[in-house]
Ligand binder design. Structure first.
Ligand code: SF4
Length: 241
């Protein structure tokens, strides 16, 4: 059992005869291959507020639709003040007319989070994970996305791609929650490389390590991957995704 800041981590169920040190060395090699395969000269270090609004809209939405709505929203309402001053019902109508699912809830979250940032944080998005998670609509994944992509901090947002690929690669046990996956990755991957993990695994999940029918024969990670060696099976991964 390994003690971490947030709890204890066990190798049970995904050792593959590796010690923590061996697993850590394999994790480092995985991240190096991913960074080479999916280079990004400059990681998106954007505006934390716009990143936060993007994350709220994106929940259970396709990327292309999210991006279009997000652009239209800022064209129409301008900035945080414009959005905070918009009646919730109007924001809900805007989202519904633009094909956003869960428009009712998301409309409330967008307006109320903006009001809280203005009133409680002087118009600046907090750069602290626990403060971010107090905002409406912001769970741990979105908070980490804001830290990584909005502020350019070292953080590991665990979305559906990161969750699935980490488990196939044996970097986390097969049936743990995304929060626990984040803990395992934080333990195994060097801190200065955390920021690459999400963008590289998302690209990898869309191109090669697809949710159904991963293309292991074309994958640059196959020598490092227990799933490709049939040590992790799809049936093992059912459950917390
Ligand atoms: S070898 Fe297969 S399962 Fe493993 S990372 Fe590559 S595509 Fe995914």
């Amino acid at each position: 059992m390994r003690k971490t800041k947030s709890g204890s981590l066990s190798l049970e169920g995904f050792t593959f005869n590796e010690t923590w040190e061996e697993k850590r060395r394999r994790a480092e090699r995985i991240v190096e291959v991913l960074m080479r395969t999916y280079p990004r000269e400059k990681l998106l270090i954007g505006d934390p507020y716009r990143t936060l609004i993007h994350c709220i809209i994106s929940q259970r939405m396709r990327d292309e639709v999210t991006y279009k709505v997000w652009e239209r929203l800022f064209e129409k309402y301008g900035n945080i003040r414009g959005i905070a001053n918009t009646p919730v019902e109007e924001m809900q109508r805007f989202l519904r007319e633009n094909g956003v699912g869960l428009w009712k809830t998301k409309g409330e979250w967008i307006v109320n989070a903006s009001r809280i940032i203005l009133e409680k944080h002087g118009g600046k998005v907090p750069d602290d994970i626990s403060e971010l998670m107090k905002l409406p609509g912001i769970g741990r994944k979105c908070a980490n996305i804001v830290l990584a992509y909005g502020f350019g901090r070292q953080a590991i947002p665990v979305d559906t791609h990161v969750n699935r690929i980490s488990k196939r690669l044996g970097l986390a046990p097969p049936r743990v929650s995304p929060e626990k996956v984040e803990e395992y990755l934080a333990e195994l991957i060097p801190y200065e490389k955390w920021i690459y993990v999400n963008h590289a695994m998302v690209d990898h999940g869309k191109s090669i390590c697809n949710p159904i029918g991963p293309k292991c024969e074309n994958c640059p990670l196959r020598e490092l991957c227990p799933y490709a060696k049939r040590l992790v099976m799809d049936a093992d991964l059912k459950g917390r995704r």
